[in-house]
Every structure is written in C-alpha cells, then in structure tokens.
Design a protein around this ligand. Structure first.
Ligand SMILES: *[C@@H]1O[C@H](CO)[C@@H](O)[C@H](O)[C@H]1NC(C)=O
Ligand SMILES: *[C@@H]1O[C@H](CO)[C@@H](O)[C@H](O)[C@H]1NC(C)=O
Ligand SMILES: *[C@@H]1O[C@H](CO)[C@@H](O)[C@H](O)[C@H]1NC(C)=O
Ligand SMILES: *[C@@H]1O[C@H](CO)[C@@H](O)[C@H](O)[C@H]1NC(C)=O
Ligand SMILES: *[C@@H]1O[C@H](CO)[C@@H](O)[C@H](O)[C@H]1NC(C)=O
Length: 429
C-alpha cells in the first residue's frame, strides 16, 4: 500500500514539475487533405485511420517532423510535419508534398525520388538537412512487400527540395534488415558528412559517406540482443523481442578528432560505444573493430531503450525507457553507474511506450509516445488519446537530478536548492 502511494505521489510530482501538458496529442492521426478528398482516400483504402501510428520525430525551427512507418495498410504518407506553433491536435502535412509522399498509383512504388515509403526515425542536421532512412517496404506486419529499394533520402530544409537519394546496395543489406534510425556526423564542412544507420534486423551498423557516395557494413557481436533482456511489459501487454542494435548517438569531437558513437541493442540493458575512427574508414581490419567496441556499463533491470540522443550542450545522453514509461539520462562526464542513470520523467499514461527522443538545436528535449504494444499486439481504443509529443527545456528536466552538470558553483547551488525543496526532493532521489 505504502509503495503504491509513494509511486502515485512521485508520478504526480513529476507531472507537475516540467512537462505537462503534452505539446501535441492525438486519439487518431489525420492529415491535411489539401487536394485529395478525405472521403475518397478512405473509400479507396489510401487512408485507414486506425493503422497510422507515429514512431519518430525531429524538430527543426517551425516544424516538427513526424514519421509513420507503413506497418499496416492505409498509411497515406510516411514522412510528415506539423507546426510548432500549431494546435495540439493538428493534422499532419506530408513532406515534402502530397504528390511526393503517396505511393505511385501505377505500380505501388515511389512516385518520385522524394517519396519515403516507410521510415521509423529521421535526423535533422546542423547544415539544415533532413536525413531519412527509407526501408522501402509496405504492410510490414501482415504481408511485407518491398516496393522500393532501401534508401537514404536527404532533403534541404531551407528549400524543401530533395538533395539526394542514395539506394543501398545488396552488399550492405541482408534479408532480415530493418533500418530503424540514422545519425549524421559532420566534419570540416557540410559535404564532409557520414551517416550511421543501425540495422536492427541483421545486427549491423551501416556507414554512408556523403562525399564519396558509398556505404559499407560494420558487424560486431555487441550489436546483437541480450537473451536475458528480451521480455517486456508495456501498457499491460507482455511481449518478447530479440531486436538488435536500434539506436545510436554521437558524442562531441574528442581530442583525436573523432567522436564516440554510443549505441545499444533494443533488447539489452547495456550501453556500448565505439570511436568513429573505426567506422569512417571502410578498410579498417575487422580485428580492430572487434577490439574497438567498449561496454560503457549496465543501466540495470528493465531498462531497455528504443531511441537515444545526445545533447551537445549539456553532454547528456537521453534514452527512452520502455518498461518504465519514461526517459532516462546519463551525463557523459560522470561515471556510468545506476545512480547516474536516473529516470527523469515517467508517467504510465502520458508516456506509455516512449518511442523516440530528440534534443533540438535550441536545447529542448522532445519525446514521442505511441502505445505501440497495443497497436501491434492488442487493439487501440481510439476514444482515448494514444499518441503524444512532449517537450521541455533540457535544463528544466535534468535540474536536481544526477544528470545535471556539477561545477563547484553548481554543487553549492544544488546543495542550497536541495535543502530548500526538502521532502519533495528526497522522494524523487
Ligand atoms: C505558425 O508558423 C507558420 C510558419 O512559420 C506561419 O506561417 C503561421 O502563420 C504561424 N501560425 C500561427 C497561428 O502563429
Ligand atoms: C493542388 O492544387 C493546387 C491548386 O488547386 C495546384 O496548384 C497543385 O499543383 C495541386 N497539387 C497536387 C499535388 O495536385
Ligand atoms: C530517380 O532518379 C533517377 C536518377 O536520376 C532516375 O533515373 C529515376 O527515374 C528517378 N525515379 C523517379 C521515380 O523519379
Ligand atoms: C569540404 O572539406 C573538404 C575536406 O577538407 C574539401 O576537400 C572540400 O573542398 C570542402 N568542400 C566545400 C564545399 O567547402
Ligand atoms: C538546511 O537549511 C537550514 C536553514 O534553512 C539549516 O539549518 C540546515 O542545517 C540545512 N540542512 C543541511 C543538511 O545542511
């Protein structure tokens, strides 16, 4: 009884502290039906409202990109955006346009090279480009169809024009490939860029060089799932996943000129890293790669994560916490211990199945939750809110937690604060 009371109290306290209310939320996803008639789209099967579940987001200036994989039939557009200043339940706008977003009515493939067939997550880089990894498949959950080659699709966010579509070759992919996210490493200038793409389905990281326009595959046994961390319970649904490496994030540049790539398999509680020195050179001996991956540490029981992102300002790594309905963090300047990996926000309703987390260039954290376990394994109640996007300044969400930076001054300040806020603070610690 006491524990339940305490849990409820912590939940209430955390709710009131920083995030609420959700910036955007939907019972069901709808679109701006500019030219097409909504009714015609429903009648033709182009749009099946209840089959649209968003899985990823990225904020850039006035837009928040929202991705919807073509998991089931009736997803009219996989890559979309909404306006930061728009209403809480606003309909989604296909990106870059309706004409590009829909599949070709001739052959069911891409309508143009700007078409994104199915993507989980995207990355907005500091050179005003949007990087999308397109799996090229439809009907993933039923009768999967490869309607286009998997590709990296890059847009110029200033003009909303396609910069490049890179078709991934069979040499880097496998039958079981599932490309779940993408992160971009920019060097001296914007053309000196590498993308790192985890292949969750075949346990690899695919590296793409923009300058040379080629991709290669990196394998490692740490990219595989941990059989001891494959069971989940989210939203009252029990399930078992054997998902490999699914999410990666880049540190700041180190003294040697390279970054660390932080990564984790979904079904794992461990955090790993490797230097981009091993990734950027496609001729690195496999022995060097074998020896070059480090275990950073273990986050503890039930700490499986889907997505992660690194905040270059605060040097904090944020990651979703599936079984804890929340988001955790680690300040990379501190030791990787369980205490230094707190869950900073958790809510069994608002954050049921947190599926993406991003930090934008203005220092705000963005979180998307989508009740995915109900969508895939049970059924959704479309009279309830199912999909939410929450946001808050990073500084506000880490305040008073072990992720906050500790300068000498900060230490003194947090001591004063801690003493002031008294019992509340001791509850959350
Ligand atoms: C929201 O932002 C868009 C793009 O910057 C602008 O065109 C629109 O007028 C704004 N809407 C409101 C309600 O402020
Ligand atoms: C939508 O309609 C506008 C004006 O009616 C037209 O200029 C535009 O090309 C149409 N777009 C598509 C994708 O059909
Ligand atoms: C995509 O671009 C290639 C190369 O420029 C071109 O051959 C192809 O027809 C384009 N595909 C579509 C669907 O526009
Ligand atoms: C970017 O940097 C590379 C390597 O230093 C150089 O070769 C290239 O010319 C630069 N590109 C631009 C557009 O400045
Ligand atoms: C907290 O502040 C009070 C004064 O407000 C002081 O008496 C007390 O010693 C402080 N507590 C600790 C643990 O330092």
């Amino acid at each position: 009884m006491k524990t339940i009371f305490l849990a409820v109290f912590i939940c209430l306290f955390q709710n009131s502290s920083c995030f609420l209310p959700p910036k955007f939320q939907w019972k069901v996803i709808d679109f701006t039906w500019a030219n097409q008639s909504r009714k015609a789209a429903i009648d033709s099967g182009l749009y099946v409202a209840e089959n649209n579940m968003p899985t990823g987001l990225a904020r850039r200036r006035e837009k928040v990109f929202v991705t919807i994989p073509r998991w089931k039939r009736g997803v009219p557009s996989s890559l979309n955006y909404i306006y930061v200043n728009g209403s809480q339940q606003q309909p989604l706008n296909p990106y870059p346009s309706w004409a590009d977003a829909v599949l070709s009515d001739k052959d069911g493939g891409i309508s143009s090279n700007s078409t994104v067939v199915s993507t989980f997550r995207v990355h907005a880089d500091r050179c005003d480009r949007l990087w999308v990894v397109d799996n090229g498949v439809t009907d993933m959950s039923m009768d999967v169809k490869q309607v286009a080659d998997p590709a990296i699709v890059i847009f110029d966010l200033n003009t909303d024009k396609l910069l490049h579509r890179y078709i991934m070759g069979h040499d880097v992919l496998r039958e079981s490939s599932v490309l779940t996210s993408i992160v971009v490493d920019i060097g001296k200038n914007c053309s000196d860029a590498f993308a790192y793409i985890p292949d969750m389905g075949s346990n690899a990281i695919i590296v793409y060089s923009l300058r040379t326009n080629e991709a290669w595959r990196v394998d490692h046994h740490y990219f595989h799932f941990d059989p001891h961390a494959g069971t989940y319970k989210v939203g009252g649904v029990h399930f078992y996943w054997s998902d490999g490496v699914s999410s990666v994030a880049l540190s700041q540049t180190r003294k040697d000129g390279y970054r660390d790539l932080y990564f984790h398999p979904t079904s794992s509680t461990k955090q790993f890293k490797m230097s981009t020195k091993l990734l950027k050179n496609k001729n690195v001996p496999s022995e060097d790669i074998f020896n070059g991956v480090a275990v950073v540490g273990d986050r503890g029981a039930n700490s499986q994560a889907t997505a992660c992102d690194f905040d270059h300002q605060s040097k904090i790594l944020f990651y979703t916490q599936l079984c804890k309905n929340g988001v955790g963090c680690w300040n990379t300047e501190k030791l990787f211990t369980a205490e230094n990996n707190p869950v900073i926000i958790s809510d069994c309703n608002l954050l049921e199945f947190p599926n993406d987390v991003k930090v934008d260039q203005e220092g705000n954290i963005w979180i998307l939750s989508n009740r995915q376990s109900r969508f895939l394994y049970e059924s959704m109640d479309f009279d309830q809110v199912n999909f939410r996007i929450l946001t808050a300044p990073v500084s506000a969400v880490v305040q008073g937690t072990p992720c906050e930076r500790t300068t000498v001054f900060g230490k003194a300040l947090s001591f004063v604060k801690r003493n002031k806020s008294g019992s509340k603070q001791s509850l959350t610690n």
